[in-house]
Design a protein around this ligand. Structure first.
Ligand code: CP
Length: 306
């Protein structure tokens, strides 16, 4: 039995197969419509979510399976003090696979150790968000045609943005990826990723504060929101929240084929006037999230579709 805690839990070959499967699902959805009949997915969300929870649920329903779960800690027995370990032992009796989001880093890993069903980390604190990374990789590969040979700018809250941490870990396994880390000083990438992942693996990267200084050279721009829920005080959040706003003027500085990604939700960091720009692919990215989660459920449940 396999779990998914970290994007590196899948080898590059396994990842390629998963993305191929996701593309096949996109092209032939009816072929997969009954592949999980009789199977149940539990969504255990101790933190708010729109895309991750609902795309997991849509994914399982598209595969002919069923879903159950909770969408906040308050509506579960966590509010009475139940541990994650006890919860997963119980959920293992009710479902075949589960996706867990939790504000505490490592909570899904703890759950996986007590679970008798596959556990998928659907985001743990400021740590990792591996299924967002699968979504990002599928979006880049499908729309850019390759995973590698590009310069990617990661912009915004690089300190708390778990999607950025996971994406960097995944992308260093491909050839010729150059990273431009664009953030205010206070929200720079943690040392554990800058030194422990980028420097340790001799990756080409540089840090910038101004988006305008980086945007002309980028093939991909990955915007992120400032993570209000991870700040210790509201004043710091208010000072930081509008540091970056991507608008039409800044898009004029970018290459004609640069793609703009964002894991969403967006707050102010991308002006809505950019939404109609053909280079803005963040809503398409959310759609890819369903295909890739369908592929992941099939893979972890070892369901073969002929
Ligand atoms: N991208 C993402 O994780 O969105 P949600 O928080 O809405 O799930």
């Amino acid at each position: 039995m396999r779990h998914l805690m970290n994007p590196l839990d899948l080898s590059v070959e396994e990842l390629d197969q998963l993305l191929d499967l996701a593309n096949d699902i996109e092209a032939h959805p009816s072929r997969y419509a009954h592949s999980c009949e009789g199977k149940k997915l539990a969504t255990l969300f101790y933190e708010p979510s729109t895309r991750t929870r609902l795309s997991f649920e849509a994914a399982m329903l598209n595969l002919g399976g069923s879903v159950l779960g909770f969408s906040s800690a308050d509506s579960s027995s966590a509010a009475k003090g139940e541990s994650v370990s006890d919860t997963i032992r119980v959920i293992s009796c009710y479902a075949d696979i589960c996706a867990m989001r939790h504000p505490k880093e490592g909570a899904p890993l703890v759950a996986s150790m007590k679970s008798s069903i596959p556990v998928i980390n659907a985001g743990d604190g400021g740590h990792q968000h591996p299924t967002q990374t699968l979504t990002d990789l599928l979006t880049i590969r499908s729309l850019k045609g390759r995973l590698g040979d590009f310069t990617i700018g990661l912009c915004g809250d690089l300190k708390f943005g778990r999607t950025v941490h996971s994406l960097i870990q995944a992308l260093i396994r491909y050839q010729n990826v150059h990273f431009v880390l664009i953030s205010p000083e206070e929200l720079r990438l943690p040392d554990s990723i800058r030194d422990g992942v980028l420097r340790k693996n001799n990756q080409v990267f540089r840090e910038e504060v101004r988006l305008e200084d980086a945007i002309p050279e980028l093939d991909l721009l990955y915007m992120t929101r400032v993570q209000r829920e991870r700040f210790f005080n509201e004043e710091d959040y208010i000072r930081m929240k509008d540091f970056y706003i991507l608008d039409r003027e800044k898009m004029k500085l970018a290459k004609e084929d640069m793609l703009v990604l964002h894991p969403l939700p967006r707050v102010n960091e991308i002006s809505t006037e950019v939404d109609d720009d053909p280079r803005a692919v963040y809503f398409k990215q959310a759609q890819y999230g369903v295909y890739v989660r369908m592929a992941l459920i099939l893979t972890l449940l070892e369901v073969k579709v002929c």
